[in-house]
Design a protein around this ligand. Structure first.
Ligand code: SF4
Length: 575
């Protein structure tokens, strides 16, 4: 056993004892030959590992903005009342309550995980019943919610890519007639864009990994779908996991990798038994293992690694750190993973949806894919829609679809949409003059989340939720992200108190620029996006919020302290 087993070992103790004690750390330290101090620092990094005992039932209530708008506070109060515990301390022997960021159930909010089983559409009445059942000794597994699929089959059949019927092993058949290079050529020709948010062409990654000679290579599936508002990858795990496995097998064949790892976020742990059962079936049918499809020397092994609650691990470099048994902090110098990836070996890291599309492209042919969508972004895209819409859920849309269509009567049926957040808090916000814009590379790309807010929603509440999310999720290694998001939160609070001036708005933009330019990874760089854009796109709203610049706004002023703190932190760090 080595360090790469660290997360699994920690999970063993966390599940068994409800926390990770000093004795556990010392045992793991001896077993894996990693210092106890290092293990402590790994434990402290992940939200789902605890250093002090938790109750038999850990309740993680989602605090995303959609949850907030659908009754989070009432549900939170109900949990506290019924369990006799308060949130974010360790609770009592029976219960521990924690807030957590998006758990992939934004279409069924408020939602919580109890011992990692989902409970959706919560109300105070439902909470009372749930807690009563637990107190009566019932097993949460037996009465957890059956999560709704909410899949909407939008493109006509001849333009559907992902949600066509699935037949096990069908996308692997072309392997029998095509060399690894021919498989890569098909993916490259299809112009498949990565679907995790970076939109990097998948074919380039596969080619680069293939070109890098090495004794060992890896295919990693990034299933750490943590961007608030996104739940499309969860749907793929629930309804098309075979397609994902086939995408990974194809990537292995094409690049010469013989091992695949699916890094599954712990929030989706309840899906694991069915997923592992299917994995066994793949082995039984010789679609995984040795000499796959009877091809001599074509071997590919596939396994799961469970994350432990960290948004930043969704970044490929941080995810690799996590897989290697470290804190999921993005490294300072990030080499291309296709050259020095997992364990310094050539590695392809692709998102769940990307791998599913790869399998479909090989199954249907690249021309089928190229005939759908736009010239720069062929094919379709999965979008998770939540918020003020009558039909939340997952939509497979053809690239080039307008927001107007997506929000319209034929699709999600938004009610007076006003503020739409594209690609989660780290993405762009658009206002109602922009709904004719198209989702595609030629206009605006969407990583997979659309959060819709109507005219009656308070924009500042939305923005504050986003910035607080980043403040919580910042791994803290670089100052602009750690301190900058703190300052932006204070600024928003100041606006909410009615004490904001034009100067404050200008400062928001300046701090945003600093954070974007000098943060180390995508989390920091993207964190001020929504706030900065909103000040531009919702000018009338902010104009109303600005206080007269006559000094009266300084009554409750705490910004000077915040800025002073930020300045001294900056002095300690070379930007
Ligand atoms: Fe960590 Fe934020 Fe720096 Fe990224 S930008 S490395 S999340 S502190």
């Amino acid at each position: 056993m080595n360090r790469t087993h660290l997360l699994n070992k920690l999970w063993e103790y966390q599940h068994k004892f409800g926390y990770i004690s000093n004795e556990a750390i010392s045992e793991i330290s001896k077993l894996l030959n990693v210092s106890a101090i290092e293990i402590e620092s790994v434990v402290s990094f992940y939200h789902f590992f605890h250093k002090t005992p938790t109750g038999k039932h850990t309740i993680y209530l989602n605090n995303s903005i959609i949850s907030e708008l659908k009754g989070f506070e009432e549900v939170k109060t109900a949990f506290e009342k019924e369990t006799g515990c308060t949130f974010n301390d360790n609770g009592n022997e029976e219960f521990s309550l924690f807030e957590t960021s998006c758990i992939g159930l934004n279409d069924q909010e408020p939602a919580a995980l109890i011992n990692f089983y989902p409970f959706t559409d919560l109300t105070p009445k439902k909470v009372k019943l749930i807690v009563q059942k637990i107190k009566n000794g019932e097993n949460v597994k037996d009465f957890a919610s059956k999560t709704k699929s909410n899949i909407h089959y939008t493109p006509p059949f001849h333009k559907t890519v992902i949600f066509k019927p699935y037949e096990m092993g069908k996308s692997l058949q072309p392997i029998l007639k095509n060399s690894p290079q021919q498989i890569i050529d098909k993916i490259t020709k299809s112009k498949l864009l990565g679907c995790g948010g970076a939109f990097f062409p998948a074919g380039y990654k596969w080619q680069s990994c293939k070109n890098n000679e090495a004794d060992t290579k890896y295919i990693i599936c990034n299933a750490d779908e943590g961007e608030p508002g996104t739940f499309k990858d969860k749907a793929l795990f629930q309804y098309l996991p075979g397609l994902l496995y086939e995408g990974m097998i194809l990537a292995g064949y094409a690049t010469g990798a013989k091992e695949g790892i699916i890094y599954l976020r712990a929030e989706y742990l309840y899906l694991l038994p069915a997923l592992e059962k299917l994995l066994e079936e793949f082995y039984t049918k010789n679609l995984l293992g040795k000499n796959i499809l009877g091809i001599d020397g074509f071997d590919f092994e596939l396994r799961y690694q469970i994350g432990a609650g960290s948004y930043v691990c969704g970044a490929a470099s941080a995810l690799i750190e996590s897989l290697e048994g470290r804190r999921g902090e993005p490294p300072v110098r990030s080499h291309s993973a296709t050259k020095y990836g997992y364990l310094q070996k050539p590695t392809v890291v692709n998102n769940v949806e990307t791998l599913c599309y790869a399998a479909r492209i090989i199954e249907f042919g690249e021309d089928y894919f190229l005939n759908i969508g736009t010239p720069e972004s062929p094919g379709t895209k999965l979008i998770s829609i939540s918020g003020d819409v009558a039909k939340p859920g997952i939509y497979e849309i053809e690239y080039g679809t307008t927001f107007k269509e997506l929000l319209g009567i034929e699709m999600s049926q938004a009610t007076s949409p006003y503020f739409v957040q594209v690609s989660g808090p780290s993405g762009d916000c658009i206002n109602n003059t922009e709904f004719n814009r198209k989702i595609c590379k030629e206009d605006i790309l969407c990583g997979g989340a659309l959060m819709v807010f109507n005219r009656n929603r308070d924009i500042l509440q939305i923005l504050r939720n986003f910035i607080e999310f980043f403040k919580e999720e910042s791994c803290g290694v670089c100052t602009p992200c750690r301190a900058g998001n703190f300052i932006l939160t204070e600024k928003i609070k100041k606006i909410q108190r009615g004490l904001c001036t034009q100067e404050d708005l200008d400062e928001i933009k300046q701090w945003g620029k600093i954070i974007k330019l000098s943060s180390r990874c995508g989390l920091g760089k993207a964190s001020p996006n929504a706030l900065i854009m909103a000040t531009e796109k919702f000018k009338e709203y902010f104009n109303v919020k600005i206080a007269p610049n006559d000094g009266s706004q300084n009554v409750e002023f705490d910004m000077e302290d915040a800025i002073h703190e930020f300045d001294s932190l900056i002095k300690d760090t070379q930007l």
